[in-house]
Design a protein. Structure first.
Length: 140
């Protein structure tokens, strides 16, 4: 019986297992394990140690939860922004049968670079331009 008590104390104080885990390993009731543990002189110290560990873990978990919530909010905001841009672009493109050069340039921002000396946007020739794509668009 003394050997079992030593094993229980070792599992609780050295390996820092929970009462339920010790009960599963030793096949003894958790009530008996608690009784054995509470009679040991290290009980209060171990209890405080575990309490501090729980506080730290809770703090870390809370910080991770807040970070994840912020990240989800940022992703949601980005999605809403892109969705709004898409709706606006769709409305601009559907106003008339012919797409204006200005709207085409806005829709293909990366294809045009601004020339400040001539006050216009010029098509980047390295992209390869077809005849129906405007070569430059005057600034408004």
């Amino acid at each position: 019986m003394e050997n079992l008590k030593d094993k229980i104390l070792n599992l609780f104080y050295i390996e820092h297992l929970k009462v339920k885990e010790i009960a599963e390993k030793t096949r003894v009731t958790s009530a008996y394990i608690t009784k054995v543990i509470k009679t040991d002189f290290r009980y209060k110290e171990e209890k405080n140690f575990r309490k501090e560990n729980s506080k730290e873990k809770r703090k870390l978990d809370q910080n991770n939860f807040i970070k994840q919530k912020r990240e989800n909010k940022r992703i949601e905001d980005n999605y809403s922004f892109v969705q709004t841009q898409h709706i606006q672009a769709s409305m601009e493109l559907s106003k008339s049968n012919k797409l204006t050069d200005e709207n085409y340039r806005k829709w293909n921002k990366s294809a045009y670079k601004y020339n400040p000396s001539k006050h216009r946007y010029e098509f980047r020739e390295e992209l390869g331009r077809t005849a129906d794509v405007p070569k430059y668009v005057k600034e408004r």
